[in-house]
Design a protein around this ligand. Structure first.
Ligand code: IPD
Length: 290
């Protein structure tokens, strides 16, 4: 055995066994329990939240419940796995572990503020940079969406008291597609998004705007919409819902082979993804507002 002198950098021992990667199912189970607890806190105050901060624009609001839910999620995740990193919409990035949780404690904040039903708690677990587990809890649909990388996507519905494997809609041409999208909070970005959607609308069946990107991606997974696209989303909006959509058979990406992200996020069954991608690319839908 080699002796390490003080100050000498340690090098990995090639004979040492690899640290086992955490089990995606165990990460999903933890995320599920924590999301349910946060959802219960949010439900108890639904319709009573007050705005405590504005972010990118006066309509980009934070309520005290966004903060309380994120704090609860952080506390519970770190109690179970103290070495992990967390990226949260409200609290930013903390920690450095190889497991990173990506958390939107309340996706659809404006819906929540107005007492509308489409809002969700979204928690994803990334291991070494890859999302391996994702959970989206939509309390007013009594729905818990879960996915693990390679393990499929599932919906547990308390209405129907059943767990169902999800598959997105296949073989839908663009002209017949029901397409979900969303709009950011800054007026310059909205102006671009408005121009793009005006050109998309005549070429598809119709447009839906729920006000929650996580919900939209889960709707791709269930087949309640055929496709989703949006410019300006953040990692926390799409990490969990994105895995759920992909595990249900959707392709997810940005424009011109870019990964999904702020410039553009598109999700749909592969053939429809290609058609929608080409339409959006032709409209220069990923252009920066200005
Ligand atoms: C927003 C929602 C909305 C989308 C916006 C997001 P938030 O997240 O997901 O549907 O259009 O781009 O910022 O602010 O409610 O967490």
């Amino acid at each position: 055995m080699s002796q390490l002198r003080e100050g000498e950098p340690s090098t990995p021992d090639p004979l040492a066994p690899d640290r086992p990667s955490p089990d995606p199912l165990a990460l999903a189970e933890l995320a599920r329990a924590v999301a349910q607890e946060a959802a219960d806190v949010l439900l108890a105050s639904h319709g009573q939240a007050a705005v405590v901060q504005v972010k990118s624009s006066p309509t980009d609001v934070v309520t005290q419940l966004d903060r309380a839910a994120e704090q609860l999620i952080r506390d519970r995740l770190l109690a179970a796995r103290p070495a992990d990193a967390i990226l949260g919409e409200e609290g930013g990035q903390t920690g450095h572990g190889s497991v990173r949780w990506i958390v939107d404690p309340l996706d659809g904040t404006v819906n929540y503020l107005y007492g509308l039903p489409d809002w969700a708690v979204s928690i994803a677990a990334e291991v070494d940079g890859e999302v391996v587990a994702g959970v989206v809890c939509v309390p007013l649909q009594r729905a818990m969406f879960t996915a693990t990388l390679g393990g499929g996507a599932f919906l547990e519905s308390a209405w129907q008291d059943r767990r169902q494997r999800l598959a997105c809609n296949a073989d839908v041409p663009l002209a017949s597609a029901l397409v979900a999208t969303g709009f950011g909070y800054e007026s310059a970005r909205r102006s671009t998004q408005g121009q793009v959607v005006a050109s998309v609308l005549p070429r598809v069946r119709d447009i839906r705007r729920t006000g929650s990107a996580a919900n939209d991606l889960c709707s791709v997974a269930t087949g309640h919409v055929d496709a989703y696209y949006e410019q300006g989303v953040h990692e926390w909006d799409i990490a969990a819902g994105g895995l759920i959509a992909r595990e249900a058979g959707a392709m997810m990406g940005g424009l011109a082979g870019e990964p999904p992200g702020e410039a553009m996020t598109i999700a749909a069954h592969p053939a429809l993804f290609g058609e929608l991608h080409d339409l959006l690319a032709g409209l220069d839908a990923g252009r920066m507002p200005g």
